[in-house]
Design a protein around this ligand. Structure first.
Ligand SMILES: Cc1cc2nc3c(=O)[nH]c(=O)nc-3n(C[C@H](O)[C@H](O)[C@H](O)COP(=O)(O)OP(=O)(O)OC[C@H]3O[C@@H](n4cnc5c(N)ncnc54)[C@H](O)[C@@H]3O)c2cc1C
Length: 459
């Protein structure tokens, strides 16, 4: 499929999307489903960036409620409802308990979650309610708390599903293609030059509209268009620990609305594991492979012990990972920047879409494609994605490396880094056979994966 897609790059496209994370894949799927001739170029693997490193929640964002950002919560809850309906194979409801330290907190959180229920309207999952002591999960026994619902998904799997649905609808999504510059005619962006990262070959891709959906790399790509443009993104790092299931038996997640420094903490059952996160640390450099900092891991362990009363042994930590949020704007603390998205058109017509969160990727995509159609003078066609079921497509998954398979097609690197290291040689052998690669490629792949996976081991 890759070769066939590469051969088509010389065609004339309506929409070129740069970036294969949630936002870019969403935009490419939206554009392809409207019947626009669509191509997407991702410099690494689909969801290699932030989009495989999330807390795996499709949520309204209880903390934005606390910030009083009701329109953002309402929009996110609407998107949550749409995703539960359109992608039931990827997204499922998840029950959460919020423990309260006293009667005042119990009333306060209960009132807040009732507002959350109301904002969800007809798309609510189940009403929140105060639990009796007997109903509390074992980890919180003896305490009081409130039960509410949000949704959970597998981010990397969802990204591959978006890519496959885009291809099914005639789009051309390509990974390992880095955009290096823009094509301009009469001062207008009319496409891009991209390099195939596997062969080094350069391609020219002409399109009537170009969407920049590059997450924390948004400003780097904007500067390819306008060297002097003002910064739009503040990256903020969030880390997670992946723990053995025994840490949190059962299927109910725990949410701590306010840790010592005012952040939210989640302990969540996820696949056969438990996810503990997250942090919010401003960083100066946008990275594709950020590493959790020692201080972040210590913070998570200390806050889990203090607020949930759970002591996590070293052997319970199976993997650690970090991601960078593309937050729009600047604030004293990145936790205070609202997770709104923005669509900007540059003087030369480059459409940039950024900010937001996984939960709102569909709406971000719709807004970006509306703008791209205007800028590119395309026939006006309305977005169909709110009503369009996402099919579980069994087609080509476009995995090109051992890392693609172990990190984002199977998720083993995130579930158990040590097990992933052990699985690498077998995966390299199968992949070499499938892609027609030789023995040195296999050896190189295993070595590169082991080096990367060491960063996911705790300590
Ligand atoms: C720790 C953490 C937890 C989160 N938890 C949640 C959650 O539970 N729920 C939720 O809704 N949201 C969550 N989010 C937010 C959500 O993950 C992000 O908003 C979303 O993944 C951003 O997607 P994106 O496509 O904009 O960026 P990315 O996923 O980073 O995609 C951008 C892509 O652009 C590519 N690219 C860059 N430059 C080029 C170039 N020159 N040529 C080609 N490609 C290029 C990159 O390789 C990258 O793959 C979380 C974020 C973090 C960091």
């Amino acid at each position: 499929m890759r070769r066939e897609f590469l051969n088509r790059l010389g065609e004339r496209w309506d929409v070129l999307v740069i970036g294969g994370g949630a936002t870019g894949l969403g935009a490419a799927l939206d554009a392809a489903s409207r019947g626009y001739r669509t191509v997407l170029l991702e410099q690494s693997d689909f969801a290699k960036g932030t989009s495989s490193r999330s807390t795996k929640l499709i949520h309204g964002g209880v903390r934005y409620l606390r910030q009083g950002n009701l329109p953002l919560v309402r929009e996110s809850l609407r998107e949550r409802g749409i995703l539960l309906r359109n992608a039931p194979h990827c997204v499922h409801p998840l029950a959460f308990v919020v423990p309260a330290r006293n009667a005042r907190e119990l009333l306060y959180y209960s009132a807040g979650l009732k507002i959350y229920d109301l904002l969800a309207g007809g798309l609510g999952i189940a009403p929140s309610r105060i639990l009796s002591r007997a109903e509390m999960p074992p980890l919180l026994s003896g305490r009081r708390g409130i039960l509410y619902h949000d949704a959970q998904f597998d981010d990397a799997r969802m990204a591959v599903t978006l890519m496959q649905n885009c291809a099914r609808l005639g789009g051309v999504p390509l990974n390992y293609m880095r955009v290096t510059s823009f094509l301009k005619r009469g001062g207008r962006v009319r496409g891009a030059v991209a390099v195939d990262c596997e062969t080094g070959r350069e391609y020219t891709v002409e399109a009537r509209a170009v969407i920049n959906a590059t997450g924390v790399f948004t400003d780097t790509v904007r500067r390819m268009d306008d060297q002097d443009c003002a910064r739009m993104i503040t990256p903020s790092q969030g880390a997670h620990l992946v723990l053995a299931k025994s840490v949190l038996p059962g299927e109910t997640a725990i949410m701590i609305p306010r840790t010592d420094d005012g952040r939210v903490l989640f302990l969540i059952p996820w696949r056969s594991r438990v996810l503990l996160g997250t942090t919010d640390t401003p960083v100066s450099e946008a990275l594709l492979e950020p590493r959790p900092m020692e201080a972040e891991m210590e913070y998570l362990l200390a806050q889990a012990a203090r607020h949930i009363g759970v002591t996590i042994a070293r052997g319970d930590i199976l993997s650690v990972f970090a991601g960078q949020r593309p937050l729009v704007g600047a604030a004293r603390r990145t936790a205070e920047i609202p997770r709104d998205h923005i669509v900007e058109t540059s003087a030369s017509g480059l459409v940039t879409v950024t900010g937001g969160k996984w939960t709102t990727y569909r709406k971000m995509a719709e807004d970006a494609v509306d703008r791209a159609a205007e800028v590119g003078g395309l026939e006006k066609r309305l977005s169909l994605t709110a009503e369009m079921p996402l099919r579980a497509v069994s087609g080509e998954d476009m995995a090109r490396t051992v890392e693609d398979v172990l990190a984002r097609r199977t998720g083993l690197l995130f579930l158990d880094a040590r097990a992933a290291i052990e699985a690498a040689p077998g995966v390299a052998r199968d992949l070499a056979q499938k892609l027609g690669r030789d023995a040195p490629w296999e050896t190189e792949q295993v070595a590169a994966f082991r080096e990367l996976a060491r960063g996911y081991l705790f300590g």
